[in-house]
Write a protein of this length. Structure first.
Length: 108
């Protein structure tokens, strides 16, 4: 169904706008260089904050701040093992988009 067809009915237009708001929030959440690099790194598998700090050469506080944002948006999940917290991608949408971004910009 085309966008024009969806917009012909009020209920469909409301649903289309709701979907657009959800998409915009998703894109805003990943639309930061550090968050995108974290997601790319996590797409290769679960990592601890310390591993991310070493791989990305960023301060732990900065990585933790970005992980908190990603977690609040439901894009990553945390798992605690003793004192170490491990993160992984929790969202299929994030995993799919990171794969697409990699193909578009990194696999050249």
């Amino acid at each position: 169904m085309s966008i024009v067809e969806l917009l012909k009915g009020d209920a469909d237009a409301d649903k289309l706008m709701e979907n657009a708001r959800e998409a915009a929030a998703f894109l805003k959440a990943i639309g930061h260089e550090s968050r995108l690099v974290i997601l790319c790194t996590l797409s290769e598998g679960e990592k601890s904050v310390g591993e991310l700090e070493t791989l990305l050469q960023q301060r732990q506080a900065s990585i933790s701040q970005q992980l908190a944002r990603l977690r609040s948006e439901g894009l990553v999940r945390a798992r605690r093992d003793g004192k170490t917290v491990y993160y992984s991608i929790a969202s299929n949408e994030a995993r799919t988009l990171v794969g697409m971004v990699y193909q578009m910009f990194c696999a050249k």
